[in-house]
Design a protein around this ligand. Structure first.
Ligand code: MG
Length: 264
């Protein structure tokens, strides 16, 4: 009896799967027609493939399909951006790292194209200086396009260079910083630019940034490199490292929990 029931179950499941597949084919055909008569049944506009891959969320909110770039255990994924030698930044006991002044930027060993990026950062609790010289760092997508990191609490500066800006290109939609000395999170969706064989840009990079869950950049079309002086540049390039900035003014900015999901 039990065996019969199991067999019946398997047959029923197989039959269901077959039905689902047929339905998929049927509805895909009907949906892709789209230029014919408008469907009159709900099934005609429902399809079953492709099935999205299952992603689970692990410790510290890290998705199962993410590449962990920094979890506090070391700099295995990073090198100095100055000379590709070992990272000299400080590795802290609390699972974070802190910019070592004058040691220079650091960058990932891996190159990236379009990505979803999560990075947490904080400015030091002890405030020093003002404007662009207060806890200035930055997250550079493809080593070229900077999302500004800055302690802007009671510290105004030019708005296209404030925290959450695309440096000198796009003013953030809000100033969503935590109190000085507290951890912030950036969640970034970056689509890489495209260039043709002649080296001309055919598609601008786009970027969306959530700062502590608040939308601060909404699919902004990046104009080119984020220059301190001068216009954005658009030299052709491919996948490139992610870079974190040493502003070389004792910023003491810290980072933790950095991961990416590749989007292509
Ligand atoms: Mg900066």
């Amino acid at each position: 009896m039990r065996v019969t029931l199991i067999l019946f179950g398997i047959l029923a499941m197989t039959s269901c799967q077959q039905n689902a597949q047929n339905k998929t084919l049927q509805s895909e055909q009907e949906v892709t027609k789209n230029d014919g008569e408008e469907p009159t049944k709900p099934e005609a506009t429902e399809f079953y493939e492709p099935v999205p891959p299952k992603v689970t969320i692990g410790e510290f909110g890290v998705p199962s399909d993410a590449i962990v770039l920094f979890d506090g255990s070391g700099f295995a994924e990073w090198v100095s951006a100055v000379d590709s030698t070992e990272v000299q930044w400080h590795l802290n006991d609390d699972g974070s790292m802190t910019v070592k002044d004058q040691a220079g930027d650091i960058q990932t060993k891996r190159n990236f194209g379009s990505i979803q990026l999560h990075v947490e950062w904080k400015s030091p609790a002890e405030v020093q200086r003002e404007g662009q010289n207060r806890a200035n760092s930055g997250v550079f997508l493809q080593s070229r396009y900077e999302v500004q990191v800055l302690d802007n609490n009671d510290n105004p500066t030019y708005v296209n260079g404030q925290v959450g800006s695309i440096y000198k290109q796009s003013v953030p939609l809000a100033m969503a910083s935590q109190a000085t000395g507290e951890w912030n999170a950036y969640d970034i969706i970056f689509h890489a630019p495209e260039f043709n064989a002649a080296g001309e840009k055919t598609k601008s990079a786009t970027i969306t940034v959530l700062h502590n869950g608040v939308l601060v950049q909404d699919h902004f079309e990046i104009e080119g490199t984020t220059e301190y002086i001068g216009w954005p540049k658009n030299e052709a390039h491919g996948p490139a490292p992610l870079k974190l900035q040493d502003h070389r003014d004792n910023s003491r900015v810290s980072y933790r929990n950095i991961w990416v999901r590749e989007l292509e």
